[in-house]
Design a protein around this ligand. Structure first.
Ligand code: KMH
Ligand code: ZN
Length: 274
């Protein structure tokens, strides 16, 4: 019998939308983010996905903030660090990729424009090409963020053009209002579109987070959880941090006999040293 692929849990500890008014547990400062990253690693995460925040919680992609986040995190944990290049909906591309030269272990690349609640998350083809070119130049492997079906097609077209290189790693972000829904059949459909050598994870938004995580574990994919995407552990119960959501996924993985990937294993599975 073949051994199951170790499960990579990515903890999205802070995004650009969830504020302290929504949950007191969202980290803002680089030290808070790094401490949360370490708790998530202890709970079983191999990677953290991060955005920057000013001390008052305002989203920022400022290079100096990312430098502090990276240094503080690396002092506390061996978790891989993935930078967002999505930032917040109002940011320019130049602003969104300012910190990439700090060489995080990975960085995101959204391959299309999408409604994002009442806003629009803008990613025109020239913008995508600019972000991908910078990542290539710096040797950073992208995680392709997919909010809707056409984004997979675009990624595959960019692969043919050589803008991104195989093997691709996708993260399906399902359940953003205005984007693709978080139905199980949507996940199955997206996975069927992928080339043989691709890897994937799922990030369900809100109440869809843990059910989709359980499905991804069963399907052999990987999982992203955390306060960026969902602030509740169960109905009406706030997670005390992203680490509690990671703990829950670790339990689901144990029940399904999926071992958890270490950061070194995640690096190998995603071929980050290609
Ligand atoms: N904050 C969203 C508009 C990413 O991190 O790459 C975009 C986002 C995607 O969160
Ligand atoms: Zn993000």
């Amino acid at each position: 019998m073949t051994e199951p692929t170790p499960l990579i849990i990515t903890a999205a500890v802070v995004g650009a939308e969830v504020m302290r008014e929504h949950t007191p547990h969202v980290p803002y400062t680089p030290v808070e983010i790094a401490e949360e990253a370490a708790r998530c690693r202890d709970a079983g995460a191999a990677m953290v996905h991060v955005h920057g925040r000013l001390d008052d919680g305002t989203p920022t992609q400022d290079r100096a903030t990312f430098e502090k986040i990276l240094n503080e995190t690396r002092q506390r944990t061996d978790a891989l660090v993935q930078f967002s290049t999505g930032g917040a909906v109002w940011m320019s591309v130049d602003e969104r990729i300012e910190g990439l030269d700090l060489k995080p272990d990975m960085a995101t690349l959204t391959t299309g424009t999408v409604n994002f609640g009442d806003d629009v998350f803008m990613n025109s083809l020239p913008m995508i090409r600019q972000i991908a070119a910078r990542q290539r130049e710096l040797g950073i492997v992208p995680e392709i963020e997919v909010f809707d079906t056409g984004m997979v097609d675009t990624a595959l077209n960019l692969l043919k053009e050589g803008v991104v290189t195989a093997p691709l790693h996708f993260d399906f972000v399902l359940g953003v209002p205005g984007a693709m829904g978080a139905r199980p059949e949507n996940l199955r459909f997206l996975v069927e579109m992928l080339p043989e050598d691709a890897t994937w994870s799922v990030a369900g938004i809100g109440r869809h987070q843990l059910p989709l995580a359980e499905l991804a574990i069963a399907m052999g994919g990987h999982v992203r959880v955390g306060l960026e995407d969902n602030i509740y552990l169960s109905r009406g119960v706030l997670a005390k941090g992203s680490y509690e959501l990671v703990e829950r996924v670790a339990e689901l993985a144990a029940a399904a006999n999926r071992p958890l990937a270490t950061p070194a294993q995640a690096r190998q599975i995603l071929q980050l040293d290609r």
